[in-house]
Write a protein that binds this ligand. Sequence first.
Ligand code: KIV
Length: 294
Amino acid sequence: MSTAASPESATPYGTLPPAAVPALRKPVSLPRLADMHARGEKITMLTAYDATFAAMADAAGVECLLVGDSVGMVCQGLPSTVGVTLDTMRYHTESVSRGVRRVQGTAWVIADLPFGSYQQSREQALASATVLMQAGAHMVKLEGGGWTADTVRFLVERGIPVCAHLGLTPQTVHALGGYRVQGRDEAAAALLRQHALELQDAGASMLVLEMVPAALAAALTQELARCATIGIGAGRGTAGQVLVLHDMLGIHLGKVPRFVRNFMAGSAGIAQALEAYVRAVKDGSFPDDSLHAW
Ligand code: KIV
């Protein structure tokens, strides 16, 4: 990695165009994300698991880096996210956070509370969230609706920003019967809406909507004024978008979900692909109508 570059563009991984140098941008914060949401500016999010990719995504202008428990499937070769431990999440959160800080980065770091680290009690959730916040996260994410609202309120009241996650919740893949679209029929859509409103009331400031029909995701986005929806396989009507980093770079071992676009196609390299993702989310050209989960 070259460090011989002009002062304003020197990064641990080479030279960047001045506009992409994080030091020239304002750090992403909760009020800034709320402001983007209120103004209708699309929020960009990608998963990140290590320092180098985190620094590159940050430099490309990705506002939120999600240290997803997808790390289990992407990096550890696990069959699902169920086997990911809190210690694994701590390790990757530290790595991502170091990557962001190394380039005086601006990104907002979100860490997944893994399966089994928050279901027992609110106190267990607080202890697990503390580990991830001390590892460098700015926010934690947890999956599911209903009983989770109480846990979300408990964490938010104690100063821990929370991102919720509804729709296809990979930690409960066995209970859901596979990776399939959620909220398709009227009753399921009504329950999802009820859970979303409860999570907003509990203080969740972001909500990932994974693999839900576009019309439902768009309607929820309109209804949730205090909680920014981030879609994945949920159409273009959400307040922001997230993808698994490796998927959007075309790095995978098998089938990718049909809502994924390979941003390496037509890009000269990884930095350009990351910038293309940011542009496409911001201008609304990703996802297009052919890129959905159903
Ligand atoms: O773990 C993860 O990568 C996620 C995203 C798919 C939203 O939760």
